[in-house]
Design a protein. Structure first.
Length: 279
């Protein structure tokens, strides 16, 4: 067992410290593979979200942008949600196939198996960090030009708390990644199901619209239960509205994040010794 349920925290910390160098190398390898044979390489982490924001702003901005109350600058509002959701979607998909893509190594060399989904997620988190520089550039552009209501953008000390929702998102994604990585070993169709689910989930999170636009009570409740909604709302409160984070949203996001992580660890711990026989 790689995770011990009782009195095993020190063992886990020792094992993590022993293999942290390998985790770094696996993370670096995943980043290199992602941009292999690409002319711009890792710069796509900057340009891809920018191009996506531009297209979505043109399409949905004409439909919704002027009718969204409380939205200071629609392109920045859209960008902030799209950025976090893209990390969730891409990271969970990479973690999902991490065991099968590294099956040959896992059968020959002992490495704590959680290193594979973890390195995939960390590689995408580094990509997210680079994409955040693009978000800052976009924020400054709309602030200086005043386009699409950009002159209403403000910044204060609350923006420095942006790392809190990002940390909760990382914890949540690790938990989901562990669950999916194990499930995919036993049920190969899970990758196709998850692709469809992520597409549907994109429209079940207030990324291109606001929660106030939803008139149906049960639909609004369903969206509010979604942990991605809470995390994105917290992020926007910090960097877009520069407000103190809502305590209810913070508790909801934290409960989902750490609860999912514990479930993911429990499932991984239960099946880790059996995984190698099904790869």
């Amino acid at each position: 067992m790689e995770f011990k349920s009782v009195g095993g925290l020190s063992h886990f910390v020792d094992m993590f410290n022993k293999y942290k160098g390998l985790l770094l190398e696996l993370t670096r390898k995943n980043i290199k593979l992602k941009y292999r044979d690409s002319w711009l390489g890792i710069l796509w982490s900057f340009f891809q979200p920018l191009l996506t924001m531009t297209v979505l702003s043109v399409v949905f901005g004409a439909i919704l942008g002027r009718n969204l109350k409380g939205v200071v600058c629609y392109p920045v509002y859209l960008f902030s949600g799209r950025l976090l959701f893209e990390f969730f979607s891409s990271s969970t998909k990479k973690a999902l196939g991490s065991f099968r893509s590294n099956a040959a190594i896992m059968k020959k060399v002992y490495v704590p198996k959680y290193m594979y989904p973890l390195s995939s997620i960390f590689a995408n988190f580094i990509t997210l960090a680079i994409s955040l520089t693009c978000f800052v550039a976009v924020w400054i552009f709309f602030k200086l030009t005043g386009i699409s209501g950009g002159d209403g953008l403000t910044i204060n000390g609350y923006a420095l708390l942006f790392f809190v929702p990002l940390f909760l998102l990382l914890v949540f994604v690790i938990g989901v990644g562990f669950i999916l990585a194990v499930l995919q070993v036993y049920f190969r169709d899970i990758q196709y199901i998850w692709d469809v689910f992520c597409t549907l989930l994109f429209y079940m999170v207030p990324i291109i619209y606001t929660l106030e636009k939803i008139e149906s009570d049960w639909t609004r409740t369903l969206i509010q239960i979604n942990p991605m909604n809470s995390i994105i709302q917290l992020f926007r409160q910090c960097v877009l509205f520069c407000q103190p984070m809502d305590l209810n949203l913070l508790l909801h996001a934290a409960a989902w994040a750490f609860g999912t992580l514990m479930v993911g660890i429990w499932i991984f711990n239960k099946k880790s010794d059996d995984l190698i026989f099904h790869l």
